[in-house]
Ligand binder design. Structure first.
Ligand code: C2E
Ligand code: CA
Ligand code: CA
Ligand code: CA
Length: 276
């Protein structure tokens, strides 16, 4: 290690590089963030495509960092996943989203649902089913107002156990959504094996849906496939009127995107709803 030179010596001595040190700092900052309640959830509305009504919200985590300001999940979740901290963070997300939804229900919006993103590591936890059911019980929520969004790839490590956990949740009424569909490695048989109730078409397909683009044919095919598997179809990342019309025309059930509503802090959700 000494051949790396005097200046680098103290890094290598501890068996770690500079990026390792940064990761360690991020991990301890996230532990502190959990203790100090620096994480918060933003809520992005999901709309019924045929009626335009708000049907619920996707909870998206943010970190209100004391020095760096509001941080997006891409800047800290990969590290949380790598070091297992996503279990504690994800438990907090589930609890907070259910707590908030119960509050909105108490204010009269009893038809609203909430979707929570689940990481691969959370899905690999044997206690997941009990945890989710306990959380619904804690806030007196019927299971069908909770959707768990998983990605195609997150269930692949342990397909049988993941599928059986999801099936147990689905049997209790919790909805399972396949997020970012079309970007992973999953084949169609695998999709059939997952006990899903909803499929979210990845934004990558939605960006380029000009007439004549190959994406339009792919998207039409995905929607057909979802129909035959009796899955609801969500188009996410809808940014233009043309995209909205395109997906509504193809029979998409649910629309989500900046055009219709950006992720909002919890306290802005009810005012947003009344303004419409
Ligand atoms: P995702 O689950 O695919 O969430 C959609 C992302 O697209 C969100 O980014 C959302 O703000 C953004 N988005 C929504 N509509 C539009 C649009 O019209 N245009 C564009 N350009 N973007 C749009 P965000 O909040 O930064 O989240 C990024 C990813 O981080 C999420 O992707 C999800 O995979 C992950 N994530 C967020 N919160 C959680 C969480 O609580 N737990 C876990 N495990 N993952 C989370
Ligand atoms: Ca999602
Ligand atoms: Ca997505
Ligand atoms: Ca994504």
């Amino acid at each position: 290690t000494k051949q790396h030179g005097r200046n680098n010596f103290h890094f290598y001595q501890a068996g770690m590089g500079e990026s390792q040190i940064q990761e360690n700092q991020l991990v301890s900052a996230m532990h502190q963030a959990l203790r100090n309640q620096e994480f918060c959830l933003y809520y992005q509305p999901k709309f019924s495509a045929p009626t335009g009504a708000i049907i619920g919200f996707e909870a998206l985590i943010r970190w209100q960092h004391p020095e760096k300001g509001l941080l997006a999940p891409d800047s800290f979740l990969p590290c949380a996943e790598k070091y297992g901290l996503i279990i504690a963070v994800g438990s907090w997300v589930l609890d907070e989203a259910c707590r908030q939804l119960a509050q909105w229900h108490a204010q009269g919006a009893t038809h609203w649902s909430v979707a929570v993103n689940l990481s691969a590591l959370q899905l690999a936890q044997p206690g997941l089913v009990a945890q989710v059911l306990a959380c619904l019980e804690k806030y007196q929520l019927p299971p069908d107002v909770l959707t768990l969004e998983i990605t195609e790839t997150s269930a692949i490590n342990n397909p049988q156990e993941s599928a059986s956990r999801l099936a147990q949740l689905k049997a209790r009424g919790v909805k399972i959504s396949i997020d970012d569909f079309g970007t992973g490695y999953a084949n169609l048989l695998y999709l059939k094996a997952l006990p899903a109730s909803e499929l979210k078409i990845d934004r990558a397909f939605i960006i380029d849906t000009d007439p004549g683009s190959q994406n339009t044919a792919i998207v039409a095919l995905i929607i057909d496939l979802a129909r035959s598997l009796k899955l609801n179809v969500v188009a996410e990342g809808v940014e233009t009127e043309a995209q909205k019309d395109f997906f509504t025309g193809l029979g998409c059930d649910v629309l989500q995107g900046y055009l219709l509503g950006k992720p909002l802090p919890a306290q802005s959700v009810i005012p947003f709803f009344w303004e419409r």
